[in-house]
Design a protein. Structure first.
Length: 303
């Protein structure tokens, strides 16, 4: 990252980092609008930064009815099987209802290119068993446990289950109420617990800005995705918490520029992606901090 940022080039640190969660709160973009917007992102110069389109199990019917890609000859079938060489829609399947949703959701997602599954559960071992039983071997998955089960000894127990599996952990870093946002120490415990085990993870909610800040409208304390990226290389909980607490964007940008290729690899092998209801905001923040150079205008706000 120490080399100058070339226009139109997505640095390795940010490739595939932003999963498109436009249809989830607080964005709540209608599926019929979110799918064309996602296709624009996937065709843009910054496409390497954009991950799959995230969709809840209950909205796969809407997704199947979404408009085909523009220029597809003869239309499309079920929103995912585009014709005329159009890229199929890569879908990350989000299952908030637990393992009972897995089999029917996998069947409903058959028309799409399944990029991954995110399974919320209260029982990590049961979720791993169901994923082993039902998930196609080429499809990655992440397992999310309620935060109240990840405190104290519960965190170690869950991470130990996942580290013996092929699946990532998933951690919720925000939401629609203040209590949905973990503080620095709680998030640091998760990050370092994963780092100590070599367990990859993704995050979701509240991370669409680069730098830790207090939202002026809600008063909620938001973590910054740059903070999380830099903290991902730490195995010491206090050190990780200190990085998560940093509010100076220039300090974080300087630290990012100083990363070696090896550090970038370690970070991204740990922190694989996060869901964001806006693709525009994180890109805009990176450009403002001089960590991304745009050859064309960045996308307008897509929430």
């Amino acid at each position: 990252m120490s080399a100058p940022v070339s226009a139109g080039v997505i640095p390795e640190l940010f490739r595939g980092l932003f999963d498109d969660a436009a249809v989830f709160p607080p964005g709540n973009l209608p599926v019929a609008e979110a799918v064309p917007a996602h296709r624009v992102h996937r065709a843009a110069w910054y496409a390497e930064a954009v991950g799959p389109f995230l969709c809840g199990a209950g909205r796969l019917g809407e997704l199947a009815a979404a408009p085909p890609a523009s220029g597809a000859v003869g239309g499309a079938t079920a929103g995912g099987a585009e014709e005329a060489g159009a890229a199929p829609l890569r879908v990350g399947l989000v299952l908030p209802g637990g393992s009972a949703e897995l089999a029917p959701a996998l069947a409903a997602a058959a028309p799409f290119e399944l990029a991954g599954v995110e399974l919320a559960t209260k029982d990590a071992a049961e979720a791993v068993a169901e994923l082993d039983r039902l998930l196609p071997p080429h499809v990655p998955a992440a397992v999310e446990l309620p935060r109240e089960l990840l405190r104290g000894d519960g965190l170690d127990a869950v991470l130990d289950v996942l580290v013996d599996s092929p699946y990532r952990a998933k951690f919720r870093t925000g939401g629609l109420v203040a209590e949905a946002f973990p503080d620095e120490d709680e998030l640091a415990a998760f990050l370092t617990g994963c780092a100590q085990r070599g367990l990859p993870y993704k995050c979701t909610a509240g991370l669409h800005n680069a730098v830790r800040h207090t939202d002026p409208e809600t008063g909620f304390e938001h973590h910054g995705f740059l903070n999380v990226l830099l903290a991902a290389q730490e195995t010491d909980r206090a050190a990780a918490a200190a990085v998560l607490a940093e509010r100076d964007g220039e300090v974080l940008a300087k630290a990012v520029r100083a990363l070696t290729d090896r550090q970038v690899t370690v970070i991204r092998n740990s922190f694989t992606a996060f869901g964001t209801c806006s693709i525009a905001e994180p890109l805009g923040d990176l450009a403002t901090l001089g960590l991304l150079s745009s050859p064309d205008p960045l996308p307008q706000e897509d929430r």
